[in-house]
Write a protein that binds this ligand. Structure first.
Ligand code: ATP
Length: 308
C-alpha cells in the first residue's frame, strides 16, 4: 500500500498547496481571476462561496484538468498541470459531481480504484465501507445521490493520501453521515494531513477548518482564520413582545433592529448582550428565537456587500 510516507513534504512541513495569480476565463467571461492563496501542510482549509463563485473551477485547476490562462498551482512543490500523475498518487480527490462507472457495483468500483493505484492492502477500504455504512453490492447506477457520495468519499480516503481536495464533500449526505465525515476530517487533521474542501456550509467549515478562503464572482475576497470569521458573525434574534409599547422600547434601545411585524422584532447582536438583556428585562417578552443565518448572510455582513 502506498502510504503518506511516500509523499514527504519538500517544504519542511510548510507550504503544501500553493495557488498564485490563477486566472481562468470561460468564453462567457465567467471564471476565476488572479487567485492567490496557499494551504500549509497539516492544515484544513475551507473554500467557501455562493453558487457559481468559482470553487469548482479552482479545484479543477488544482487537479490539473485544464490549462489556466495565467498563474500557477503547485501541490507539494509540483506543478499541478505538468506533474498531475505524480501528485495524484498521494492525493485524495472528491469531485463535485460523481460521474463514474454506472454499471459497476460499489465493490467493483472501489476495487478498480485500489487496483489503479496499486494498493494491495484493503484494510482501510473495509474500515471506511463500514464507517460510511455503504451497501457495496448495489450497482452505482442504482445508488442514491448520498450513496454515490459515500462511495466517492471512500474512494478519496481509502489509499491514505496525505493531501485531500474535496469538492462539496457533504453534499447529499444525511446528518449522521455528515457527522461521520466531520469526525474523519478531524482525525485526518490530527494525523497531519492537508485538506482543501469547498463548502456552502459555514457550520461544517467552522467545525473542521483552520482557515477559510472566501470566493465571490471568481475573486478571492478574504482568507481568514475561522475563529475570527466566527467572531464577526452577528446573531439575529426574533423577539415577540406583548405590546406596541414594548416594540417602542426595543426601537429606542440603540440595538440594531431589523424587520418589525406586529409585536415581533428582529434584533441583531454582535457583542451588546448586556444591553439586549437589559432592554428585554424592561419588556414583557412572549418569545425569543434565534434566527439562523445563511452563509451568504454572514458574508453580507462581514464584507459589507450585497450577495447576489
Ligand atoms: N465550462 C464552462 N463554460 C462556461 N462557464 C462555466 C463553465 N464552468 C463553469 N462556468 C461558470 O463559471 C462560474 C464559476 O463556476 P463554478 O462551477 O466554478 O462555481 P462554484 O463556486 O463551484 O459553484 P457551485 O457552488 O454552484 O457548485 C459560474 O458562473 C459558471 O456558470
Amino acid at each position: 500500500m502506498k502510504s503518506s510516507s511516500t509523499f514527504i513534504s519538500k517544504h519542511g512541513g510548510e507550504l503544501m498547496i500553493s495557488v498564485k495569480g490563477l486566472t481562468k476565463t470561460y468564453k462567457n467571461g465567467k471564471g476565476i481571476f488572479d487567485l492567490t492563496f496557499s494551504v500549509n501542510e497539516g492544515e484544513v482549509f475551507g473554500y467557501l462561496g455562493p453558487n457559481g463563485s468559482g470553487k469548482t473551477t479552482t479545484i479543477r485547476q488544482l487537479m490539473g484538468f485544464t490549462n489556466a490562462d495565467k498563474g500557477t498551482c503547485t501541490i507539494n512543490g509540483m506543478d499541478t498541470r505538468t506533474q498531475a500523475k505524480e501528485i495524484q498518487k498521494s492525493l485524495g480527490y472528491l469531485p463535485g459531481e460523481i460521474a463514474f462507472f454506472d454499471e459497476m457495483s460499489g465493490t467493483q468500483f472501489l476495487q478498480f480504484m485500489n487496483d489503479m493505484r496499486g494498493v494491495k492492502d484493503n484494510t482501510r477500504k473495509k474500515q471506511l465501507i463500514e464507517r460510511f455504512d455503504l451497501e457495496t453490492d448495489r450497482k452505482i447506477r442504482k445508488m442514491s445521490k448520498g450513496m454515490k457520495q459515500k462511495a466517492g468519499l471512500i474512494a478519496a480516503f481509502m489509499h491514505d493520501p496525505c493531501v485531500y481536495i474535496l469538492d462539496e464533500p457533504t453534499s447529499g449526505l444525511d446528518p449522521l453521515m455528515q457527522k461521520t465525515f466531520i469526525e474523519l476530517i478531524l482525525e485526518e487533521r490530527s494525523r497531519g494531513k492537508t485538506v482543501l474542501m469547498s463548502s456552502h456550509s459555514f457550520e461544517e467549515i467552522e467545525r473542521t477548518s483552520d482557515r477559510a478562503g472566501v470566493i465571490r464572482e471568481g475573486k478571492l475576497v478574504a482568507v481568514e482564520d475561522v475563529h475570527s470569521l466566527k467572531a464577526s458573525q452577528r446573531k439575529a434574534f426574533l423577539v415577540t413582545v406583548a405590546s406596541p409599547a414594548d416594540v417602542d422600547r426595543l426601537k429606542v434601545s440603540e440595538l440594531e433592529i431589523g424587520k418589525i411585524t406586529g409585536n415581533q422584532v428582529e434584533v441583531y447582536i454582535s457583542s451588546e448582550y448586556d444591553r439586549f438583556i437589559g432592554v428585554l428585562a424592561d419588556c414583557h417578552v412572549k418569545g425569543l428565537d434565534v434566527i439562523s443565518q445563511s452563509l451568504e448572510q454572514v458574508f453580507m455582513k462581514y464584507y459589507g456587500q450585497e450577495v447576489q
